[in-house]
Ligand binder design. Structure first.
Ligand code: ATP
Ligand code: MG
Ligand code: MG
Length: 560
């Protein structure tokens, strides 16, 4: 029951409130590391963190977990803020940085040393790893483990003062080298790193490790429920150890103690999700940037045309489980279709135009016909589209020698033009050199439009079309999945995810023609192009040449 739409975190919070824990407060945080752009997995975490606070009348902080100076950058901070806001969440005045607490963290480290619970260790990183042991074999104690408090205090201060090179010493917690949990075998709390931090500059040359820093950040902010992904479950005893062994209460005004709760990471078929892999795709030029419409990043999904509502609906539907799984990307596509079906105005765009001349229609005449903006939502009204003697239809909608069940246009055949007339194909004009069909000569039934005597006359096919003199030239970008296989992360075949990149994930169509209403569109405007799917205006658009990204096709592979 936990799997589908269930939410065990909600149950835990409800129980905590019932027991009066944390003075009845619920306070969560979303703690991204500013070392890359957010992806749809982060959207799940954002929806849970902000969603739980909202649900229980609590608060949610946005906190940048900026304890790795060499990997982090202000560019990412700004991108992350923009993405969280775009998704529809608001941290109000609760924006924090882990680096705000560097002084406090140092103070608590001194406290641990004084209590005999931390020591400076001179082993190299490789030696520490070797001494740490394995799952089946206990670790060995460092020869520096029993340094005196005085020596540790002095060395730690000298570490802070920049007297030692990178990697020469670390501060470690003194816990238990025989613990069944390797994370508890004297974990490193501080490392030396002579690096400029994007916020604290050169003030520090020692930086706290995540497992030490995170519980302190949570405690100082009065966080009650520290929600994170499953890979941190084994780190929870260390999270609790830190809180048990420092006196943070004296620095916090509110009642309570943070509790770490883990939920499953989101994985999606046909994509990769780790920032490391996404960064590689960007840096090696497999995609055009973090916001490439094929990327599972929030900025990529936004550029592709996904709505925040669809992404939030998706996060709601996948629920919160304790077991990792891979979600079918068809569900995400289903969510955006459902949303846009109700919201996106319809438009007619011909991707591969074939000219049609209607020989019995008066030359020079333009007629404005009414058509609905969204048949699902009559309140979205109607618009006028031009019709004349020359129009374009989709080249694929005509076949000279069609199979039996072809209900589009063929020589001598009839179709209805959407919101206009029935036309009949009288003559096929070909390029004499190539034999290619370049134009159709048709006649129309003047009584067949809405309100006419033959308005209800039935013909099999209805085609979308665009009037020639008002047509707006545009570019259309059609996307396929970035990977050829559903599980690109799966390396059992010995291949890297790079080997599974789909070479045909982007098709650019130029020379497309749109109805005149699409002339002055703005980025992020979305439409349903009749028979082609949902499209979004790309920021590459110019007033002369709008560019449209296909968000998804019309056919739903999810709804059964
Ligand atoms: P990655 O492994 O992709 O680099 P990360 O966990 O290092 O991700 P952070 O910036 O530390 O990225 O993530 C911020 C928060 O988002 C964390 O609480 C993390 O648990 C959560 N998160 C990250 N990836 C996912 C995911 N795929 N599904 C759900 N939550 C996620
Ligand atoms: Mg992280
Ligand atoms: Mg990471």
């Amino acid at each position: 029951e936990e799997e589908k739409g269930g939410n065990f975190i909600e149950d835990i919070i409800r129980e905590d409130l019932k027991q009066g824990k944390n003075g009845g407060r619920v306070h969560t945080r979303f703690p991204p590391e500013p070392n890359g752009y957010l992806h749809i997995g982060h959207a799940k975490a954002i929806c849970i963190d902000f969603g739980m606070a909202e649900k229980f009348g609590g608060l949610c902080n946005l906190r940048f977990d900026d304890t790795n100076p060499t990997k982090e950058d202000e560019e990412y901070v700004e991108a992350i803020k923009r993405d969280v806001k775009w998704l529809g969440f608001d941290w109000e005045d609760r924006l924090y940085y882990a680096s705000d607490y560097f002084d406090k963290m140092y103070e608590y480290a001194v406290e641990l040393i004084k209590k005999g619970k931390a020591y400076v260790c001179d082993l190299s990183a490789e030696e520490i790893k070797e001494y740490r042991g394995t799952l089946t074999e206990p670790g060995r104690e460092s020869p520096y483990r029993n340094r005196s408090v005085e020596e540790n205090l002095e060395l730690f201060e000298r570490m802070k003062n920049g007297e030692f090179p990178d990697g020469s010493r670390v501060l470690r917690a003194k816990i238990d080298m025989a613990s069944g949990n390797i994370n508890m075998r004297d974990p490193v709390l501080y490392r030396i790193q002579h690096a400029t931090h994007h916020r604290t500059g050169d003030k520090w040359c020692i930086y706290p490790m995540y497992d030490y820093a995170h519980p302190i950040e949570d405690a100082l902010e009065g966080i009650t429920h520290s929600l994170c992904t499953l890979e941190f479950a084994d780190h929870r005893p260390l999270y609790d150890w830190v809180l048990d062994n420092i006196d943070y209460q004296k620095d916090v005004k509110v009642e309570g103690r943070p509790k770490q709760i883990e939920f499953a990471r989101l994985n999606l078929t046909y994509t990769v999700m780790s920032k490391r892999k996404l960064r590689l795709l960007v840096e090696e030029g497999y995609v055009k940037g973090w916001d490439d419409p094929r990327m599972p990043t929030i900025s990529g999904l936004r550029r592709r045309g996904y709505t925040p509502e669809a992404i939030r609906d998706f996060c709601e539907r996948i629920g919160v489980a304790r077991r990792d799984s891979v979600v079918d990307i068809g569900l995400l596509e289903h969510c955006v279709r459902e949303d846009l079906n109700k919201r996106a105005p319809r438009a007619m765009v011909v991707l591969n135009p074939l000219k049609v001349v209607i020989t019995n229609y008066p030359e020079g005449q333009i007629e404005w016909l009414e058509t609905e903006n969204n048949p699902e939502m009559p309140e979205m009204g109607t618009r006028k589209i031009p019709f004349s003697r020359e129009i374009y239809i989709e080249a694929e909608d005509f076949m000279e020698d069609p199979p039996k069940k072809f209900f589009r246009l063929k020589p001598g055949g009839e179709v209805r033009l959407k919101s206009a007339y029935i036309i009949k194909c009288e003559e096929v004009i070909k390029d004499p050199a190539t034999g290619e069909v370049v134009e159709l000569r048709c006649t129309y039934d003047p009584e067949s439009k809405s309100g006419g005597a033959n308005a209800s006359r039935k013909v099999k096919g209805t085609l979308h079309w665009v009037e020639a003199s008002h047509a707006v030239p545009c570019e259309v970008r059609l996307y396929d999945y970035l990977f050829k296989v559903p599980y690109p992360d799966d390396d059992e075949d010995g291949l890297s995810f790079i080997d599974k990149i789909n070479p045909d994930s982007l098709r650019i169509l130029t020379g497309c023609l749109a109805e005149p209403g699409l002339k002055n569109v703005k980025p992020e405007e979305r439409f349903q192009f009749l028979r082609h799917g949902y499209f979004c205006v790309d920021p590459d658009s110019t007033p002369e040449m709008p560019v449209f990204n296909r968000i998804v096709g019309l056919k739903d592979t999810w709804a059964k």
